[in-house]
Design a protein around this ligand. Structure first.
Ligand SMILES: Cc1cc2nc3c(=O)[nH]c(=O)nc-3n(C[C@H](O)[C@H](O)[C@H](O)COP(=O)(O)OP(=O)(O)OC[C@H]3O[C@@H](n4cnc5c(N)ncnc54)[C@H](O)[C@@H]3O)c2cc1C
Length: 429
């Protein structure tokens, strides 16, 4: 380190921050990661599923050594009413094919492992300290203020998550808009390994990712999730902040109802609460991506709103990892030129645009608007419930043609409305 100046300071030791630290340290740069939690992952939460591709390119075969819970080989999506669930179930070994595989993770364990990998490369981690401010001189970020001390660096990476106060202070992003951010609450419920395999019909080390829409979020924009860990279940609810403010029920109440739902209750019966957590998640998508770089500073992961939620799939972790990598590679190039100016750091934005991060975010950019259709969370689950009930119930009354069984509930919503919503949904995807 020259004159007490680091090559880079990274604020936040989540996935984005640890990956950036890993790459910079591996290349021999002096890098410090400052994490406010007592260890990486202490304050972090996810539903559960990490798509492996981006981390696989950085740490090949990581799933063989990292504390992953189960490889996902079974997908379920359900539309729920208070009493029922209409479910699509897809099981296939193809889901586990290398490069396309995904793993259920618990952040307390996983982030800690990733931070240790970065430390093994030479990155320094400082825990239990919150970065309060940035040092800005002549318009350039030259370091951070933490615990009353100045720390200086050629570049600072903001990897401080969804509520990045530093990105707000520097004018990259506005205060969070309640309609562009959701709150999630999750319980980790302990069950033994064998019970999980039996209840979810999965093999050892293989698991299930299950997403729900409808009554579980109280008819608000949001949903529920269930992921199988090795010897526990991650069960949670997500709802947009803008909605939850007006909702009759709070998030903890919705989660309690979800646990009592007739489809869920038998699956968690006998389980013991091991962990409870809550966290925000950016949901605004592409149109809410803030300024990503300026003189001496870059922003990555959730701090840059790099999250995709398309109902049946939530992705933030693989985007956080990729953006952390691209920011670190940009700093490596800047170091070669000894130029950390805005023009030099523009490379980060170019690389992000060329990567799956921006391509996927752009691809799904209309989805957040589509999700503001409350019929998805109310009328459609109800309609499916009525159709299924008519299809499967036999009570001796006069038989009805299948089309007419489906038409009555569909007409309640409106056939044109269904067509329009379907068209919009397909276009948004
Ligand atoms: C309920 C829920 C379900 C989700 N489900 C999925 C899923 O199934 N799959 C998926 O891919 N993504 C999912 N996500 C999104 C995913 O969890 C995030 O996109 C991901 O965690 C972002 O990583 P990150 O490193 O950018 O931020 P974070 O993981 O939030 O890390 C930020 C770090 O910065 C630290 N920090 C913050 N401020 C400071 C400061 N001032 N000083 C020092 N340290 C600071 C924090 O303590 C934290 O460790 C979900 C999110 C939620 C909330």
């Amino acid at each position: 380190m020259s004159e007490d100046k680091f090559d880079a300071i990274i604020v936040g030791g989540g996935l984005a921050g640890s990956v950036a630290g890993y790459i910079l340290a591996k290349a021999g740069l002096e890098v410090v990661v400052i994490e406010r939690g007592n260890y990486s992952g202490a304050k972090n939460m996810t539903g559960g599923r990490l798509y492996s591709h981006s981390l696989e390119r950085i740490i090949p075969n990581f799933a063989e050594v990292a504390p992953v819970e189960r490889k996902v080989t079974k997908e379920r999506i359900s539309l729920m009413t208070d009493q029922s669930a209409t479910t699509v179930d897809y099981s296939s070994n193809k889901l586990g094919v290398k490069g396309k595989d995904s793993y259920v993770v618990l952040r307390g364990k996983f982030d800690r492992w990733l931070a240790e990998e970065a430390e093994n490369q030479g990155a320094m981690f400082v825990y239990g300290i919150c970065v309060d401010d940035l040092i800005i001189e002549d318009g350039k970020v030259n370091g951070v203020l933490a615990a009353g001390e100045e720390m200086r660096a050629n570049a600072v990476i903001l990897a401080d998550g969804v509520n990045s106060l530093l990105a707000q202070k520097i004018g990259f992003k506005k205060e969070l808009d309640a309609h562009e951010v959701a709150v999630g609450a999750k319980e980790v419920i302990r069950l033994d390994e064998k019970t999980i395999c039996n209840r979810f019909n999965v093999k050892e080390n293989e698991g299930l990712a299950w997403l729900f829409a409808g009554s579980c979020s109280g008819g608000n924009i949001g949903g529920g999730f269930l992921y199988t860990n090795k010897d526990s279940i991650s069960l949670g609810i997500v709802a947009t902040l803008g909605d939850i403010g007006k909702s009759e029920k709070s998030i903890p109440e919705l989660l309690e109802d979800f646990k009592k739902h007739p489809v869920i209750q038998p699956l968690i019966a006998g389980g013991e609460l091991e962990e409870y957590s809550a966290h925000l998640v950016p949901e605004g998508g592409y149109s809410t991506i803030p300024t990503l770089y300026k003189d001496g500073v870059l922003v990555v992961g959730d701090a840059a709103n790099l999250v995709i939620n398309i109902g049946y799939m939530v992705r933030g972790m693989d985007l956080a990892i990729e953006s952390g990598k691209l920011a670190a590679e940009t700093i490596l190039k800047a170091k070669e030129r000894n130029d950390f100016s805005q023009a030099s750091l523009a490379h980060y934005q170019q690389e992000l645009e060329n990567s799956f991060v921006m391509k996927d975010l752009k691809h799904y950019k209309k989805f957040p608007t589509f999700m503001q259709n409350y019929r998805i969370f109310n009328e459609y689950p109800q309609m499916l419930d009525e159709i299924m009930e008519k299809m499967f119930m036999v009570d001796g009354s006069e038989p009805e043609k299948i089309l007419s069984k489906a038409m009555k509930p569909a007409k309640k919503v409106g056939l044109l409305t269904i067509l329009k919503d379907g068209y919009k949904g397909v276009k948004a995807l």
